[in-house]
Write a protein that binds this ligand. Structure first.
Ligand code: SIN
Length: 269
């Protein structure tokens, strides 16, 4: 095995070479990828070629795959694949606001693997932010305050829009601790995001609004981030339990197209 791991910023993200994600991956390779994901929160790969089946098989090495509760299946026989697509008819794209995928679910996904087949010549980067750092850089009094609080995550404002066109769609909502402990690394991270988190439980409206806005701004600190510049056939695999991400829609009217699988996770504690 000649897998190489190269950090792309001090805060988050590593590019991995020397592995063919189309597989089959050995146990040692799968375990090395998992270790790299735990260490860097998001890992990137270049020049990969995966069929839909191989992409799903890669995801299943790390857990069961999730079928999105609101988006319609776009590939016959593969409801676990989410098509990520923008072209000259697009007015917006999925994920333009900082978020952790489906944090509104009672058991939000542990990870997501996005594989882009077609990319614009420039633009369409995805930004990622390290939520361990977000927690660790809070002052001690604010850490103590947040550790006793939970927040409400909802999806109605997101999934009522056009891209989520399933007729029987479900719009999950859930209350999660603001500070969660990662089930593998044991590290604490801040678990709020601008996409789905709308209030802090048990506070007056003005208190909730002010504290949540302060925390959301903190999660978006540039020093916690990396920005991945896609090429055709690049792959990004992120850990939703300790990283946020945000899509950049700056490439209109060009085409950006790919597939995502999402891996089931646990109830945050
Ligand atoms: C997403 O939120 O999964 C989309 C990310 C991207 O298209 O860059």
């Amino acid at each position: 095995m000649s897998l190489q791991v190269r950090k792309i910023t001090p805060a988050i993200g590593a590019e991995i070479s020397g592995v063919d994600l189309a597989g089959p991956l050995s146990n040692a390779e799968a375990s090395a990828l998992h270790d790299a994901l735990m260490a860097h929160q998001v890992i990137f790969f270049r020049d990969q070629r995966m069929s839909v089946e191989q992409h799903k098989a890669l995801g299943r090495l790390f857990g069961d795959l999730l079928v999105h509760p609101a988006a319609k299946a776009e590939i016959e026989g593969h409801p676990e694949i989410r098509v990520v697509h923008a072209d000259a008819t697009s007015t917006s794209v999925t994920g333009e606001v900082w978020h952790s995928d489906l944090s509104c679910a009672s058991e939000p996904p542990m990870g997501s693997i996005l594989y882009l087949h077609e990319t614009p010549e420039v633009g369409g980067d995805t930004a990622f932010a390290n939520m361990y750092l977000a927690y660790e850089t809070l002052s001690e009094p604010i850490k103590r305050l947040c550790e006793g609080l939970s927040a409400f995550h909802t999806s109605a404002h997101v999934f009522s829009q056009g891209a989520y066109a399933r007729s029987d769609k479900i719009m999950p909502e859930a209350v999660h601790p603001i500070v969660r402990t990662h089930p593998v690394t044991g590290r604490k991270s801040l678990f709020v995001n601008r996409g789905f988190t709308t209030r802090i439980e048990g506070l007056a409206k003005h208190e909730s609004g002010a504290l949540l806005e302060m925390l959301l701004r903190h999660t978006e600190t540039p020093e916690f981030q990396c920005r991945f510049r896609w090429q055709r056939h690049s792959v990004a695999f992120w850990d939703n339990r300790c990283a946020l991400h945000r899509a950049t829609f700056d490439y209109f009217p060009n085409v950006r197209h790919g597939h995502r699988v999402t891996i089931k996770g646990d109830r945050p504690v």
